[in-house]
Design a protein. Structure first.
Length: 59
């Protein structure tokens, strides 16, 4: 196999530099957000732990 074709040519009027690869178009998969109730429960849990640590620091 030859590494090139001797009579090959490029139409320079159709070439351009650079390339854009839209990764999100090819690889993005939508993940719906968690239910608001679940997020509220997690926030309440975290805020409770923060309050406990603040109380420990105050003492």
């Amino acid at each position: 196999m030859k590494p090139f074709v001797p009579d090959a040519w490029i139409d320079e009027s159709k070439t351009k530099e650079g390339a854009e690869i839209p990764f999100t178009r090819h690889f993005y998969e939508y993940v719906p957000p968690r239910p608001l109730e679940e997020i509220d429960r997690d926030l309440d849990e975290v805020l409770g732990r923060i309050r406990m640590r603040l109380e420990a620091v105050k003492r």
